[in-house]
Design a protein around this ligand. Structure first.
Ligand SMILES: *Cc1c(COP(=O)(O)O)cnc(C)c1O
Length: 355
């Protein structure tokens, strides 16, 4: 049976990336050694890091005022590493709490300085985004989650503010052309749209660093990672390599404009199908719907279990909603083919007809 991988993360990767990664485990770039066996300070691996950094900057259209780092600890570590490096008692972190991940960013920032939640959308179960933000005068930076992976909302244009903007782009990085220059710090766990688990991309504008008086442990200090060329200690060699392969694939396929075309086509097909079928409904405000993660429900919640059984029978992987949200979540990252969304929509239609 053909499988359709709608996993929310770790998630589907291009077949070409899997093939190349598998080959490199046996023989990396004709070195006769596995990518798992080479030293991280050899020229072979330094070239991988350099090419990955350059490709990120090219895709983002960013210049030398930004640095690209490949760190560990997941996006979750960034919830604390960002305030540890940017915030102190004299400043304030303004944070949009639009769901599970933004909420974690709030909790961690609280450990390092004053925090103000400038948007809290829990009144409507995070089914929309609040965009008119009022920032206190002492605001050091504004933090947003560009795509709410769990709740299914996505910022389609970003807040225009005169303080540094920090974006958790874990689940929509490189899904379309993006004004990356509007951000001063971007981070993303690689395992959703950019590669394998184990590495986190951090892109930071150098001018925002060095402004707190706090002593920062070296391993958590962005500036020290920059000084060390993202090679302070042994980095996650294989995960970085898989990210490089995925970044190459994005460029080969036509770059971010092509990703956007494909992602819009998939998302439009799915949301149109949901909106047309009375058996399903999507509670997310239309203008805020995510093109990466569609969250929706069965009109009759008693039918949900049957629908999930059918999904399993038909090879639809990973479509059960997040445990605190319930319902259905269909993740449509860059590597997911349109044919998978078509197959899923056909399944929804036949389920709706039978009931
Ligand atoms: C998955 C996710 C995270 C957590 O990522 P980890 O790499 O598991 O720490 C954080 N933010 C967003 C938006 C996510 O989708």
């Amino acid at each position: 049976m053909e499988l359709h991988n709608f996993n929310s993360g770790p998630s589907i990767l291009p077949q070409q990336v899997l093939d190349q990664a598998a080959a490199a485990i046996h023989n990396f770039n004709n070195t006769g050694l596995s990518i798992l066996e080479i030293g991280h300070r050899t020229s072979h691996f330094m070239e991988v890091v350099q090419e990955a950094q350059e490709t990120v900057k090219r895709l983002m259209g960013l210049g030398d005022d930004y640095e690209v780092l490949f760190l560990q600890g997941g996006a979750t570590m960034q919830f604390m590493q960002v305030p540890m490096n940017l915030l102190d008692e004299n400043g304030l972190a303004a944070i949009c709490d639009n769901g599970v991940w933004g909420n974690k960013a709030v909790k961690e920032a609280n450990l390092f300085g004053p925090v103000k939640v400038v948007a809290d959308t829990s009144d409507k179960k995070h089914t929309y985004l609040k965009k008119d933000l009022e920032l206190p005068a002492s605001t050091t930076y504004l933090h947003i989650t560009t795509n709410n992976t769990v709740e299914g909302t996505q910022w389609h244009s970003y807040p225009q503010v005169n303080v540094p903007l920090v974006g958790d782009m874990s689940s929509d990085i490189f899904c379309r052309p993006t004004p990356f220059h509007e951000f001063d710090l971007i981070y993303a766990g690689a395992q959703k749209n950019m590669g394998a688990a184990g590495v986190t991309l951090v892109v930071v504008k150098k001018s925002i660093l060095g402004k707190t008086n706090r002593a920062i442990p070296a391993i958590l200090n962005y500036q020290k990672h920059i000084d060390a060329g993202s090679l302070m200690n042994t980095p996650p060699v294989f995960a970085i390599y898989v990210s490089l392969l995925t970044l190459r694939w994005i460029e080969q396929e036509g770059g971010l404009a092509e990703m956007e075309k494909r992602n819009n086509e998939k998302a439009n097909l799915l949301y149109n199908t949901i909106d047309e079928l009375p058996a399903f409904y999507c509670p997310i405000a239309k203008e805020d719907r995510s093109i990466m993660n569609a969250v929706f429900f069965l009109t009759d919640p008693n039918r949900e279990a049957d629908f999930l059984v059918l999904c399993k029978e038909k090879g639809m992987i990973g479509v059960k909603g997040y445990r605190t949200v319930g319902g259905i979540r269909v993740s449509m990252y860059n590597a997911l083919p349109l044919s998978s969304v078509k197959a899923f929509c056909e399944l929804m239609k036949s389920f709706a007809e039978k009931n």
